[in-house]
Design a protein around this ligand. Structure first.
Ligand code: UD1
Ligand code: MG
Length: 472
């Protein structure tokens, strides 16, 4: 058998990297109607994280093996750089890799990744690829205190790789081994397919195990490198909901740690959920129970109180988000104050120093500099000028049952409490509407718009009423 020295010279050169990502399994233990690899961790399907790692490691091609729920997986992650490979019957990880054989005819380095091992990084895969090019192949291992159902990696006395045994096939002594197979490999293509085609299914699961191909290569004297993962979490596989939660938590934890290192105060890291795509400026303070999702960006020196829930938002500097406010696809400029209990929906834009208070909902509306909507209002499809004041209970009646219409409110306008602005309608610069008005016509700049019934008082009403009741 070829020893390392006898390997062809081409092995030492940089071979094209091809990723084969296994994502066809049903994941029975998830007890789900959703294919396992589509379950989300930190806001994205597990498989999306694995694809990113493969891209980061410079893979020229991404071959994704799908089977169970194949169409759903394709739909969720379709991308021009992915080639979909079908495994119609799930006969094991080795069988899954074999399905990609027709796609890998040139000499290449095949990075085999598991769609259910989502914490892997591009840097780790790069190291794995480099290690593999010094021998026949390489696999990633980790020491886990609770190795659970993962495959155990056994070594010879000198520490060289010997074989992988699946937990279900292992004897008690083997089960006690804490070194696990992470399910991440760098293997020679197309050679590895030949090794796989010779495997049987003599194991507890009656499957063709990819791990057996690696074991077979080693037993034939081929050098299989073991890359010990610096962060053992990269080996965490997701086979059930508990493991899903652990991986999700880990991704959020990493982000919280990154932010704290960069100068963000996070008062209770365990109760602050921040997805990896989020950025937060220095000296911003996150109170317990803050949730920051998607591609949210927050400036410096902000304070976000308990229950602030932001998804895909841009927040300037020095902004205060009071407790229990929900913001989605919203832009908030410097020094604004939002909440408590405010709801900013997609398309809400707040200019510098604007104020949106409790139980105010804003959708697809622009609030000018220093404008205020302090209490109980709905602003939809509206433009509010600089310094305008929106009273308590104001509603822009933007929907006529068929179409949406706009409300224009001028600079320094004063929209009295409980005004209904029946759109399309405008209130000019410096204009006022009387409290309780239903405004159906434009109010010119500087005017007062009154649109309500005139009050009359019925004198002696209480006495008259009690007299009327005497006969009962
Ligand atoms: C596998 C490894 C185990 C390793 C663990 C790491 C084998 C035999 N075992 O076990 O050593 O510790 O991963 O997480 O390889 N898949 C297919 N087609 C199939 C079977 C599986 O595409 O026919 C896919 C699954 O969707 C999954 C991945 O391959 O994404 C791993 O399969 P899974 O059944 O989860 O294997 P494990 O028991 O976790
Ligand atoms: Mg698994």
């Amino acid at each position: 058998m070829a020893s390392q020295e006898e390997l062809p010279a081409s092995r030492s050169k940089r071979l094209p990297r091809v990723a084969v990502i296994l994502a066809a399994g049903q994941g029975t233990r998830m007890r789900s109607s959703l294919p396992k690899v589509l379950h989300e961790v930190a806001g994205r399907p597990m498989l999306a994280w694995v694809l990113d790692a493969a891209r980061d490691a410079g893979c020229e091609r991404l071959l994704v093996v799908v089977g169970h729920g194949a169409e759903k997986v394709r739909q969720a992650l379709e991308s021009p750089d992915i080639t979909w490979v079908y495994q119609h019957e799930q006969l094991g990880t080795g069988h899954a890799v074999l399905q990609a054989a027709p796609e890998v005819t040139r000499e290449s380095l095949v990075l085999v990744l598991s769609g259910d091992v989502p914490l892997v990084s591009g840097a780790t895969l790069t190291s794995l690829a480099e290690m593999a090019s010094a021998g026949w192949g390489a696999l990633a291992v980790a020491m886990l205190e609770e190795p659970g159902g993962l495959g155990r990696v056994l070594t010879h006395l000198e520490g060289d790789f010997s074989r992988i045994v699946e937990a279900v096939d292992a004897n008690p002594e083997e089960l006690a081994v804490q070194r696990v197979n992470a399910g991440l490999y760098a293997l020679p293509g197309p050679e590895v397919f030949e090794a796989l085609s010779q495997l049987g299914t003599d194991n507890a699961q009656g499957e063709i195990y990819l791990t057996d191909a690696v074991t077979a290569a080693a037993s034939q004297g081929r050098k299989v490198g073991l890359l010990e993962l610096a962060d053992p979490a990269e080996a965490w596989g997701v086979n059930d909901r508990r493991q899903l939660a652990q991986v999700h938590q880990r991704l959020l934890q990493r982000t919280v740690e990154r932010l704290m290192k960069s100068g963000v105060t996070i008062l209770d890291p365990d109760r602050t959920a921040v997805e990896p795509g989020v950025d937060v400026g220095r000296d911003t303070v996150l109170h317990p129970g803050v949730t920051l999702l998607g591609h949210t960006v927050i400036g410096e020196g902000c304070t976000l109180h308990a229950g602030a829930h932001l998804r895909d938002c841009h927040i300037g500097a020095g902004v205060t988000i009071e407790p229990y406010s929900c913001l989605h696809k919203t832009q908030v400029a410097d020094s604004c104050r939002v909440g408590p209990f405010a709801r900013l929906r997609p398309g809400a834009v707040l200019d510098t120093g604007a104020r949106v208070g409790n139980f105010v909902e804003v959708k697809n509306s622009h609030l000018g500099e220093g404008s205020k909507a302090g209490h109980l209002a709905y602003l939809g499809d509206a433009r509010v000028g600089e310094g305008a004041n929106i009273g308590a209970g104001v509603v822009t009646c933007n929907y006529d049952g068929e179409k949406k219409h706009r409300s224009e409110i001028g600079k320094k306008a004063f929209v009295g409490s409980d005004t209904m602005l029946v759109a399309p309608v405008s209130v000019g610069d410096g204009a006022t509407t009387a409290a309780g008005s239903v405004i159906t016509n434009d109010v010119p700049a500087g005017d007062l718009g009154v649109g309500r019934a005139r009050q009359r008082n019925v004198s002696g009403w209480a006495k008259r009423r009690s007299r009327g009741n005497e006969g009962d």
